[in-house]
Design a binder for this molecule. Structure first.
Ligand code: HEC
Length: 280
């Protein structure tokens, strides 16, 4: 299995694994890319999984921790051991619930990410030019971005399909995941990097993620939304000191003062502000 993927999951799993009862969310974040409710895509459907494991919680957990090579013409499933037993059991219950009453459709064997999503989608994945803890997010419409959870920075924004991950999943970590589209914004290569700590992310009812991190002692919540040729980054910051953020010349800030590529905000200004990026 792709070794780099495991490392990434270990890195992020501990920091942001939600509570065990949230089976639907855990499924969406960790399994949905490869397991659809009623259709074999990369892996078997939830209908098939429920048939196999409807009465076998222990065996389900064993499989998810240490998947085997079982079917022909499929990739090896990556281990989901980082999620822990309680979370895996919650996912199993969700899988059974979500497949009830559905009928199996004809199998589709294709890249699960190469399409335009209708709702926000979050994938933890390796991408070029970002640290080992990249999180790729597709927004409704045709924009997607990469947030580097290691540096707690927006790295790039692209327009098109989401990701080309198929070669990567199949290639035991040799091939790279690539952004499937035209890059319309990229962070400057050298940015000042104060002490940061990624706390995880939450998703709202539409699936839109809000990233939480500590940057230079201040707690940030950052949410990206898209409208046409603009990407708006909305920040809510808890701090009792002024904060500084790298900002490119073309970005429009709703508050603060700029000096030499940095946006400086007082604690009151930082409480809620936006940075709007003009995209190519
Ligand atoms: C990168 C794609 C991928 C992801 C992500 C993924 N799986 Fe799988 N899964 C597969 C593939 C491929 C198979 C079939 C493997 C085989 O038959 O050799 C599979 C098979 C399974 C099976 C059936 C095992 C059997 O006995 O036939 C279960 C159960 C399962 N996955 C659970 C999960 C759970 C739970 C998650 C999320 C926590 C998950 N999978 C995430 C690709 C994935």
């Amino acid at each position: 299995m792709p070794r780099r993927l495991v490392t990434l999951m270990l890195l992020l799993g501990a920091a942001s694994a939600p509570a065990a009862e949230d089976g639907a969310l855990l499924y969406a974040q960790n399994c949905a890319a490869c397991h659809l409710p009623d259709q074999m895509v990369v892996g078997p459907s939830l209908i098939e999984i429920s048939k196999l494991y409807g009465k076998k919680p222990k065996e389900f957990v064993e499989w998810a921790i240490k998947p085997q090579k079982k079917r022909n013409n499929v990739i090896e499933m990556p281990s989901m051991g980082h999620l822990g037993e309680a979370n895996l059991l919650a996912i199993r219950e969700h899988m059974i619930r979500a497949s009830q009453g559905l009928k199996e459709k004809k199998a589709a064997l294709a890249d699960p990410f190469a399409r335009t999503p209708r709702r926000p989608e979050v994938q933890r994945i390796f991408l070029p030019n970002s640290g080992p803890a990249a999180i790729a997010v597709a927004l409704p419409g045709d924009l997607a971005f990469c947030f580097d959870a290691g540096r707690c920075q927006l790295r790039s924004v692209w327009r098109g399909n989401f990701l080309k991950a198929w070669d990567y999943w199949k290639g035991n970590g040799k091939a790279q995941v690539v952004r499937d589209g035209e890059v319309v914004w990229e962070a400057a290569a050298e940015q000042p990097s104060p002490a940061v700590r990624f706390l995880g992310y939450t998703v709202d009812e539409t699936g839109l993620p809000t990233f939480e991190y500590v940057r230079d002692g201040a707690t940030f919540r950052e949410t990206m939304t898209a409208a046409g040729k603009r990407l708006t980054r909305s920040f809510v910051v808890e701090t009792d000191r002024p904060v500084e953020l790298p900002v490119d010349p073309a970005a429009v800030a709703s508050a603060g003062r700029r000096t030499q590529g940095l946006l400086r905000l007082t604690p009151a200004e930082a409480r809620a502000f936006t940075l709007t990026l003009e995209l190519r």
